[in-house]
Design a protein around this ligand. Structure first.
Ligand code: 5AD
Ligand code: SF4
Length: 441
């Protein structure tokens, strides 16, 4: 029996790629198993966004060096594969397959080569026009599904490895996206998340020529679709029409993730982010003016080369001004093939640590304040899990907040995947607690 084990690192794009890879492997006659020990083929779908993420796969490969002798095959796919290419065979000679995401359409052929005994199979081409559309996606979640609408990235942020690891931008046709979304709704999915490195750079390559706002709206109008999310947006391509679409279409979730990276114009300029602080804030104003109460989240990098104390203070000041509902903060990590690699005035590691701690503390206070404003509110949640120990259900609000709640009415397992109104009773920095409303059950 052909068996495989897959472990996925990194972002949602990678998580969804893995769903497609699993579907493709299963279609090729492989059976998925739960441990690397019991698998004939071990697949690592890797991330190289920061050095720490990249090191994880080499650590894993080291752990299984000895097992390799016993006929086990190892595949490294995803961003580290694309970045390191054939060097992976040198670093970890027991690896047999190295493939980046732009080559996944050729995965069935690569598997055939692997099965024929070829011990050095690669898929590293970036110059593809194709997206990895497969009829065999094996989705992990029965209620919420990812849909890739655009792959790759044509921007050139000075810190970022993604344009190099995922290749140039390729949008799917609106027809193909709509077909997938309709099929998902027909199969019982009620929430979809539109995915792309820069999801809002979407441009329909077919004559219909839909822009991102149009596609978003149309997906939200599919019967049975209750929640549509999208990630990640780039501020430069973020249009007023996107906010208007959310205003007018209740199925579009009231949440926008809009990575700012820094609040300082000089840092933004050197990062090549293509917007100024004021231009970014104008977009935030559009979002805040919406009657929908749209939550706003972001990504921040601290310690980019040349970031001064004053630059950092501008970022802190931006946090006060925007009052994000949540954020991801990262210490700048030098990446191969990026423009920032050669930049002067590196910020020492201890200083990056100091800055990120200050930033996270400020954000924590903002979140405590913002979340506590929701006490007493009634929020609709999609039930996503159960915390047995606490006797709580885990729900997610349209704003993408976690709302853990108790439920005294009938339910059991049947609550999973349902939508319920929940009254918020308590608020912490990272989640809310509440009680489902008995009257409606
Ligand atoms: N170092 C630190 N953080 C990075 N990110 C991207 N590249 C780097 C890097 N070299 C962060 C950005 C991006 C998020 C996905 O990861 O904030 O938005
Ligand atoms: Fe990591 Fe970026 Fe690749 Fe996603 S696209 S897996 S975040 S390097």
């Amino acid at each position: 029996m052909k068996t495989f084990y897959i472990e996925t690192f990194g972002c949602q794009m990678n998580a969804h790629d893995s769903e497609k890879v699993v579907g493709t492997l299963v279609h090729s006659g492989y059976t998925q198993v739960d441990t690397p020990e019991s698998a004939g083929l071990v697949v690592y779908n890797t991330c190289s966004i920061r050095d720490k993420a990249e090191q994880k796969v080499f650590h894993r490969l080291d752990q299984f060096k000895r097992a390799a002798g016993k006929g086990k095959l190892f595949a490294v796919i995803g961003c580290v594969a694309q970045q390191e290419g054939e060097r992976i065979f040198e670093k970890a000679p027991h690896v047999s397959l190295v493939a980046g995401s732009a080559s996944y359409t050729k995965l069935p052929e690569m598997l055939v080569q692997l099965e024929a005994g070829n011990r050095r199979v690669t898929g590293l081409d970036l110059d593809t026009d194709e997206t990895f559309d497969t009829p065999f996606t094996r989705r992990d979640n029965p209620h919420r599904a990812y849909i890739t609408i655009i792959e790759g990235c044509d921007k050139a942020c000075a810190y970022c490895v993604v344009p190099f690891t995922r290749g140039p931008e390729r949008s799917r046709t609106s027809e193909s996206v709509m077909r997938e979304a309709r099929d998902l709704a027909a199969a019982g999915y009620t929430e979809v998340q539109l995915l792309g490195q820069i999801v809002n750079s979407y441009r329909d390559p077919s004559p219909a020529g839909w822009d991102f706002a149009t596609l978003l709206d149309r997906v939200g109008r599919i019967p049975g679709m209750r929640r549509v999310r999208f990630t990640t947006s780039h501020p430069r391509d973020f249009t007023k029409e996107i906010v208007q679409a959310i205003d007018e279409n209740p199925a579009l979730c009231n949440h926008v993730h809009l990575p700012v990276q820094s609040g300082s114009n000089s840092v933004l300029d050197r990062m090549r982010r293509l917007y100024t602080r004021d231009e970014y804030l104008r977009r935030i104003e559009w979002i805040k003016k919406s009657p929908r109460n749209i939550s706003i989240t972001t990504d921040i990098i601290v310690g980019f080369p040349g970031e001064t104390e004053a630059d950092f203070q501008s970022t802190l000041d931006l946090l006060d001004q925007v009052e994000y509902d949540s954020l991801f903060a990262f210490k700048y990590s030098p990446r191969p093939n990026t423009a920032a690699l050669g930049m002067e005035d590196k910020v020492p590691e201890e200083e990056k640590t100091r800055r990120i701690m200050i930033l996270l503390e400020k954000q924590r206070a903002i979140q405590i304040r913002r979340n506590s404003e929701l006490i007493g509110a009634i929020e609709e949640v999609l039930v996503e899990g159960r915390n047995q120990a606490l006797g709580q259900w885990i729900g997610r609000t349209s704003q993408n907040r976690t709302l853990n709640f108790t439920h005294s009415g009938p339910g059991g397992e049947s609550l999973m995947g349902t939508y319920l109104p929940v009254q918020v009773t308590r608020a912490g920095p990272n989640s809310l607690v509440g009680e489902s409303l008995p009257s409606v059950v």
